[in-house]
Design a protein. Structure first.
Ligand code: CP3
Length: 344
């Protein structure tokens, strides 16, 4: 079906657009009362993710309620460990938790490469239902975690401030680390390709824990695997968002992706200089701006838009929305982007 609003796809490809497109990481979620209503009907987050009709419903909510220029499929990066044989739970107010970690040869031997049709059919079905429900209004973004971030959760077994178990593994058993990273990469390539076949119009790779590696480690254990994924997804634009990887921005210019996501610690002009003109940049407002009054939100958002300029920019936050953000403040951010006229 022909898309009525394809601004984000054109911006990703570097084409001129009438205005800057905007969406927000974690736009579907606890900030919306409508999401909480659907969520309260099921046992928890995981049941919501695994029920395609409901996942599609909450995916479309921010398009209806906030007016964003793209939907992102409601799921989680942790469905990949689950599909590889390492299931997770989402503990209330504690976050992700894995019963079994992957730290030994025996544990590694029990894992399999994910088969998306077999193991992740619920996500693919949610994508098909969302595409039908969106009826071409806006593009649908698919996603997966980057191999390093997934490796960090699988070895650590939960969230962590330091991920010291995961980082220790890179030093004490680099060979084991590479083998696990290769399995995650292969699973992720198959998964993202299946998302595209099911209807995803672009895909984003989230490397949420990029910023805790040294530049050398990022070059050895993260970037080559991200590059393999980028090179395998050829039919739709790919975005790489590596939170905290300010040290890798110049290297990221060589990735076979269209868009690089910036977090709010990254200076916009400096990022453009390091990454060059060949990529679209996405971001990068501090999600905490949305706790400020409307005038401040407008002023800071306009400043961000000026700094990125009229081409090769997709407006977003520098990380996901915090759950206690007021949806009205989110709307001020979105409307400011959509009404902004660049001097051309
Ligand atoms: O709107 C969207 O962005 C799409 C949905 C989405 C979710 N998770 C839903 C979710 C996306 C893209 C993700 C990605 C994700 N999941 C990342 C990468 C992005 C990032 O934030 O860095 C990571 C690291 C995860 C792992 C994860 N999932 C954590 C650490 C948590 C707990 C944190 C929290 O807010 O409680 C989750 C849970 C999660 N994933 C929620 C949502 C809406 C909240 C759970 C709930 O509704 O109870």
């Amino acid at each position: 079906m022909q898309l009525k609003n394809d601004l984000i796809l054109r911006a990703a490809r570097g084409e001129r657009t009438e205005r800057t497109p905007v969406w927000l990481m974690r736009q579907a979620g606890r900030i919306l009362p409508e999401y909480r209503a659907v969520r309260s009907k099921v046992s928890g987050f995981i049941e919501l993710v695994e029920t395609p009709e409901l996942a599609a419903e909450v995916t479309i909510q921010p398009v209806d309620i906030l007016g964003v220029d793209a939907a992102i499929i409601f799921s989680d990066i942790l469905v990949i460990p689950q599909a590889m044989g390492c299931p997770y739970q989402m503990l209330e107010s504690k976050g992700p938790w894995f019963e079994n970690t992957v730290r030994s040869e025996q544990e590694l031997a029990k894992l399999r490469i994910a088969d998306p049709e077999e193991d992740l059919g619920f996500v693919l079905e949610a994508i098909r239902l969302t595409k039908r429900g969106l009826y071409g209004r806006v593009p649908l973004i698919g996603f997966a975690g980057a191999p390093w971030t997934i490796f960090a959760y699988m070895t650590e077994g939960s969230g962590s401030k330091t991920f010291s178990v995961a980082r220790k593994m890179l030093y004490t058993n680099p060979d084991f680390s590479h083998r696990l990273l290769r399995m995650i990469t292969e699973s992720t390539i198959r998964y993202l390709q299946a998302q595209v076949n099911a209807g995803a119009d672009m895909v984003q790779i989230f490397d949420s824990w990029a910023g805790i590696l040294s530049p050398e480690q990022y070059r050895e254990f993260a970037l080559p695997y991200i590059q393999q994924i980028c090179q395998s997804i050829v039919d739709v634009p790919v975005t790489v968002f590596a939170k905290g990887a300010f040290f890798a921005r110049a290297d990221m210019a060589d990735l076979a992706c269209e868009t690089i996501g910036l977090d709010w610690n990254m200076d916009i002009a400096e990022s453009r200089e390091l990454i060059g003109e060949g990529k679209t940049l996405q971001g990068n407002m501090d999600p905490c701006l949305l706790y400020a009054d409307s005038a401040t939100i407008r002023k800071e958002t306009e400043r961000m838009l000026e700094a990125f300029g009229p081409v090769r920019h997709i407006a977003n936050l520098g990380h996901g929305l915090y759950p206690d953000t007021n949806p009205d403040s989110v709307k001020v951010f979105i409307e400011t982007v959509q009404e902004f006229q660049h001097d051309r």
